[in-house]
Design a protein around this ligand. Structure first.
Ligand SMILES: [Fe+2]
Length: 198
């Protein structure tokens, strides 16, 4: 269990036992998702409006080192994703954030259903996909909600509260609210997912 960063999930007033139980469940739930599978889902362009009805963007490209995001691969005619434009940017090595993906594949939905039941909320989930040759992620930051991060494929180096950690295989990080974190380095293709506990 050393892959899991231990911390107290104060927001939900979880004791360590409950947190460990949740993280163990996520750790033991395999996400059998490949790059091809994700690209096939993205190709289903009507799944990806520029924004969902909540106002949240469906897919964004992290275009600058300061974490600025763009949606320069959407149709101005029907406000849905343009797959060819997306794919060109993706192949250049840009990093994309897919939001609202908590039910995108069954393996994810299994985790989501369990988290929903555990916390009595609807967990929101984001997926990060990149071949890693452009801006890789956000700068060092913190936020007022905790996140569970699970790797799907690839390997990355993270800075969490001034310490380096490696995320690989199907490992899990828990980052409590207000804990500083960022991805420092990724080594080729990386696919990971976050479950936001807010
Ligand atoms: Fe974050």
């Amino acid at each position: 269990m050393e892959e899991i960063l231990e911390a107290r999930l104060a927001h939900f007033e979880l004791d360590d036992d409950r947190l460990n139980k949740v993280l163990t469940m996520v750790y033991n739930s395999p996400l059998r998702i490949t790059e091809t599978m994700v690209l096939e889902r993205i190709r289903d362009r009507y799944r990806w409006p520029k924004s969902y009805s909540t106002g949240c963007p469906s897919i964004e490209r992290i275009s600058r080192e300061d974490g600025y995001k763009e949606q320069d691969f959407f149709s101005v005619f029907d406000d849905h994703l343009l797959y060819d434009q997306f794919l060109e940017l993706y192949k250049e090595g840009h990093t994309f954030v897919l939001s609202g993906v908590q039910y995108l594949f069954n393996d994810i939905a299994v985790i989501t259903d369990r988290l929903n039941k555990e916390f009595d909320i609807e967990v929101n989930s984001n997926m990060y996909i990149s071949r890693g040759s452009k801006v890789i992620s956000y700068p060092y930051h913190q936020h007022d909600y905790a996140v569970i991060i699970k790797n799907i494929q690839g390997k990355s180096k993270w800075l969490i509260e001034d310490e380096d950690y490696t995320l690989e295989n199907q490992n899990v990080f828990f980052i409590d609210k207000f804990k500083w974190h960022c991805v420092k380095e990724i080594y080729g293709f990386k696919l990971s997912i976050t479950f936001n506990l807010n």
